[in-house]
Write a protein that binds this ligand. Structure first.
Ligand code: SF4
Length: 331
């Protein structure tokens, strides 16, 4: 695969000082929330980033925009190194890469009208100056996300969860970004609304040529929208593949377990579906296991896994996995 042109993330790390405590926690050990993550997103591409809650995927998204400062690593957008920019220049870059947040209830200020919420980034970046031009742009954005432009004077509480998420999307689109980091954008919504928001994101991508980093814990949601999928476990990417390869031939036992939880549309196949139930819970990122950090829950773990950390290696065209076993299963 050619080098992605838009976003390149190299060996990104976000370590937090440990709060101490816990029986097994080493004194002074850092919490390795993100621990050496590398990936790229091409122009117009959607990369899904999937993993259980607490695996570091949201922290990765926040670190890209430096809403959390990375501990180490490099993030470039169109060749510009975001990690070394001054705060002022980084603020300006947030016009080109924006974020949609998980909770449309918490992420919109209840005291503001939705018009002023959407206008905020326009004011910050000095776009569509003048009240008439700004009103026009707000109307345009509301229409783009399927809301009535005549409702710009209303407050968030007058809208449903799905409509509020549409407002969040309009705000993210305001400055015509090239890349949107969508952090669990459907997780807080009713199941009946989730598909509408996914479809809206898909339509906007096709219409505006957007790239997404689509973060979710649910492989089914990620699968619908993503061109490629990166699977994260305990602060690391353990597998990357295009959507079809990941769904047909997942190479890492963790990806196989996540995939086994995805319901199948065919009722016969769905009845025959075997779920892989992982034992135990995700270990603390302040005290990860030796060797492979998935070994305490891996159904295929063997002796080597306790002593040797598997690196992400190429399995085929653009397919990479971090596991000592060729197909994630004992031979
Ligand atoms: Fe499982 Fe070992 Fe592969 Fe890790 S390296 S995923 S423990 S088989």
């Amino acid at each position: 695969m050619a080098e992605p042109a838009l976003l390149n993330v190299t060996d990104l790390r976000v370590h937090f000082p440990s709060a101490g405590g816990g029986l097994r926690r080493r004194p002074g050990a850092a919490v390795r929330a993100v621990d050496g993550v590398s990936f790229g997103v091409a122009t117009g591409e959607t990369l899904g980033l999937v993993g259980e809650s607490g695996c570091g995927k949201s922290t990765t998204g926040l670190a890209l925009l430096r809403l959390i400062e990375p501990t180490a690593g490099q993030v470039t957008l169109d060749g510009i190194d975001l990690t070394t920019l001054s705060r002022r220049r980084m603020r300006a870059m947030r016009r080109r890469v924006t974020m949609i947040f998980q909770d449309p209830y918490a992420s919109l200020d209840p005291r503001m009208t939705i018009g002023s919420i959407i206008a905020e980034p326009l004011a910050v970046h000095g776009l569509h100056r003048g009240s008439r031009a700004r009103r026009h742009r707000i109307g345009e954005l509301l229409e783009l996300v399927g809301l009535d432009p005549g409702h710009a004077h209303r407050h968030p509480h007058e809208f449903s969860g799905g409509q509020r998420q549409r407002v969040g999307i309009a705000r993210a689109l305001a400055c015509e970004p090239e890349l949107i980091v969508a952090d669990e954008p459907i997780a807080a919504l009713d199941v009946s609304i989730q598909a509408q928001i996914i479809n809206l994101l898909e339509d906007l991508r096709d219409e505006l040529g957007l790239a997404y980093l689509f973060i979710a814990h649910d492989l089914a949601a990620v699968g619908h929208l993503s061109d490629r999928i990166a699977v994260m476990y305990l602060g690391r990417i353990v597998e990357v593949a295009d959507r079809a390869t990941l769904f047909d031939r997942p190479a890492h036992p963790y990806s196989q377990a996540l995939l086994s939880a995805v319901p199948l549309p065919d009722p016969v196949a769905e009845r025959a579906r075997e779920r892989i139930i992982l034992r135990g819970t995700v270990p603390s990122p302040a005290d990860p296991p030796s060797g492979c950090n998935f070994r305490t829950r891996c159904p295929a773990a063997f002796d080597r896994c306790a002593v040797e950390d598997p690196v992400l290696t190429v399995r085929g065209d653009g397919h990479q996995a971090a596991c000592h076993l060729p197909g994630g299963r004992p031979g």
